[in-house]
Design a protein around this ligand. Structure first.
Ligand code: 4AD
Length: 434
């Protein structure tokens, strides 16, 4: 009889069945008569039990000799185990070692961050890192579900580009035959073109910022979700943003319970983030609030630093929108406020618990003349942006969009201290390997 190979995801449908399971050893404990082997199979962490009196003598010997990260094919019977997080364990009958592992560098003892980052290719196997990546995957899955069911289509903007939507100081330059090109900072300008073709579009792809900042919120390469919507003003866009973020949190609560437990994330706090609407505060009010509360290091016209954002976010139990920033500190494409020429129709969504900005978005300038002036005043060439200006010449409509930084969202929802753990292989100021 050939046995069925399953993963522990299918344990529930296989209780009492003899099956094969491929797994890696994470730890082991054995007494004279029984060996407890801690295992992981890619989805879950679970226990295999080997009883000396129930198996061939050589099987028990193999069980006793298993080392950390040895890969093994186990034959055994699935049984319920109410004491474990997963609820199931494997009563092992036979063991076939697939790949040996000796002197695995990451041991159950504490390691420093630099050591772990040097071993990121192995660190990904650890339960906490594994849980963060599983939740990252759920956020990606839920993003596709949300936008596809709301009538958006996915459009993939180019990665190699000649445009600089978010300012010229943070660009990665590269040669493009005999021209200069950049790695994309944002797909937005292309998405605006696509929104005029398809109405509601979104992209999800890698973006690059040569930011020399070494903070727990900045990556050099990060993934961004960018929806762009025709016939849509900024206030309607804010509703899409809060619905989207609440949907992400709810999806993680619904589908990642086990991984939230691994991370010891407080689910009651997360539940609050699914309640809408989120509070809105204007930039002007935010400055006033900060000044009234002893922050004398910031005045109207300055951008917020992380302590400022944290203080503003603390005024609410949920994410907060800060609206209408000064024109001078925002990109060229944002629409001027209809009643004021010193602020633009934009918003940043600030996550609670000190996680900072997770979304930046705005209504886009549609006035041809104003946009041309803006492009020039930012030192950009009108020729390079002629195609973008065309969008304002041929059937222009009010439109808005936003960008959510995937790793920022993952860091916040998983309750992780540093953004580097929200990316499988993070690119940081001083790190290109592994
Ligand atoms: O606010 P940003 O720069 O907005 C844009 O790029 C717009 N073009 C988006 C749009 O309207 N289509 O970036 C959007 C989000 C931020 O809120 C943050 O979550 C994330 O991208 N982000 C970063 N994440 C990690 N590391 C960095 N260096 C980031 N810079 C921005």
């Amino acid at each position: 009889m050939t046995l069925k190979r399953i993963t522990m995801k299918q344990a529930k449908e296989n209780i009492g069945q003899e099956v094969l399971i491929g797994a890696w050893v994470t730890n082991k404990r054995s007494s004279g008569k029984i060996a407890f082997i801690q295992l992981r199979d890619g989805d879950y962490y679970f226990q295999g039990i080997v009883l000396k009196n129930e198996v061939e003598p050589e099987v028990f010997e193999i069980a006793k000799s298993l080392t950390q990260e040895t890969s093994v094919m186990f034959q055994g019977v699935i049984q319920e185990d109410t004491r474990s997080k997963l609820g199931y364990e494997l009563l092992v009958n036979n063991i076939e070692v697939i790949g040996e592992s000796h002197d695995y560098p990451i041991t159950p003892k504490e390691h420093g961050t630099e050591f772990l980052m040097d071993h990121r290719h192995l660190w990904l196997r650890s339960s906490k890192q594994h849980a963060i990546m599983k939740i990252r995957n759920e956020i990606i899955r839920a993003t596709y579900e949300f936008f596809n069911t709301q009538g958006f289509i996915k459009i993939d903007p180019p990665i190699l580009t000649g445009s600089a939507p978010e300012g010229t100081t943070e660009l990665f330059h590269t040669e493009y035959f005999d021209q200069e090109a950049y790695l994309s900072q944002s797909g937005q300008l292309y998405l605006e073109a696509a929104a005029m073709a398809f109405g509601k579009v979104f992209s999800f792809g890698p973006t690059f910022r040569a930011e020399k900042s070494k903070t727990r919120r900045h990556l050099i390469e990060f993934w961004m979700m960018e929806p762009e919507m025709a016939f849509m003003h900024q206030d309607e866009s804010l509703e899409v943003q809060e619905q989207y973020v609440a949907f992400l949190v709810q999806s993680v609560l619904d589908n990642c319970d086990y991984y939230l437990d691994v991370l010891e994330r407080d689910k009651e706090i997360l539940k609050k983030y699914t309640q809408l609407p989120y509070d809105r505060i204007s930039y002007d009010e935010a400055i006033e609030l900060l000044n009234k509360n002893g922050f004398d290091d910031i005045k109207w016209g300055d951008d917020f630093g992380s302590p400022h954002e944290t203080f503003i976010a603390k005024q609410s139990e949920r994410p907060v929108f800060i609206l209408n920033y000064p024109k001078a500190i925002k990109p060229f494409y944002m629409k001027e406020h209809p009643d004021r020429d010193d602020v633009v129709l934009c918003a940043d969504m600030i996550a609670p618990e000190g996680y900072g900005e997770i979304i930046g978005g705005s209504e886009r300038e549609v006035d041809y003349e104003k946009l041309s002036q803006q492009i020039e005043s930012f030192g950009l060439s009108l020729d390079d942006y002629a195609w973008y200006l065309d969008l304002r010449k041929y059937g222009s409509v009010p439109h808005s969009g936003f960008g959510l930084g995937l790793e920022r969202a993952v860091t916040w929802i998983t309750g992780t201290e540093h953004i580097r753990e929200a990316s499988p292989f993070p690119r940081l100021l001083n790190r290109l390997y592994p």
